[in-house]
Design a protein around this ligand. Sequence first.
Ligand SMILES: C[S@@+](CC[C@H](N)C(=O)[O-])C[C@H]1O[C@@H](n2cnc3c(N)ncnc32)[C@H](O)[C@@H]1O
Length: 272
Amino acid sequence: MPEEAPAPLGIDATTPNAARMYNYYLGGKDNFAADRAAAEQVLKVAPEARELARQNRAFMRRAIRHVMADAGIRQFIDIGTGLPTEGNVHEIVHAHDPDATIVYVDNDPVVLAHSRAILSRTPHTATLRGDLRQPLDILSTPALRDLIDFSKPVAVLLVAVLHFLTEDDKPGEVIARLRDSLAPGSHLILSHVTADERAHAAQQGAAVYRKASSSITLRNRQQIMDLFEGFELIPPGMVKLHDWRPDEDSAFATYRGRELPTWFFCGVGRIR
Ligand SMILES: C[S@@+](CC[C@H](N)C(=O)[O-])C[C@H]1O[C@@H](n2cnc3c(N)ncnc32)[C@H](O)[C@@H]1O
């Protein structure tokens, strides 16, 4: 979005937006001046944020490949999709099986507009407006039910989105609602930001997000582990992004020559 172009109707370009800030970390162009200024404030306290965003995407891609190859999953619901970027979920999924289905869900109008534009000619995909805090509304949307067969395993992606839910939003209950709607053999692909190692920088980064479209709730290892309740964690369990089944995608797991600090925990859980 060039700065000089007016924001599309209904889009607030003046409040920093979490999806567009993330797009900026990833080197994307779908962001406004307010997003870039806020993202730069985060980068000041956490200069490794760009690398973390890349690592988070790389974890997501590895997890998708894993659940397709090893668990035979062919249906994906990606909640908190984010702005399209290189290596989107449908690209990874369709490289493995062009007949697999993907439903993208986000509550941000900019994300929805971009996602719909990209997917308009992509078969077996849909983009829905939905809020993770109302999981059953998402699952009952007709466009989703047209594509997803709930008698068969599904992978639900909650990648870098649960930290936008406060404790009052009851993230554990949200996940339980999703889990109880899915067939055995379904998987949860999850990553979540933590303040465990870089507490001061994380608090400062979270303060920037308090002035943005969505604030961040930092959770510790145990709180994130608790989100997998009712799922069997598949090896290697809940770990740092670059420790989850590393491959050539994980080649950049260092920042300025040192191991990346723990900013995220991630894992893949399976319903028995
Ligand atoms: C940091 S981006 C993550 C994008 C992608 N999942 C990834 O990890 O690369 C977070 C996304 O979650 C969306 N989001 C935040 N809160 C949400 C909610 N309550 N319901 C649905 N989407 C939400 C934002 O609009 C944004 O697109």
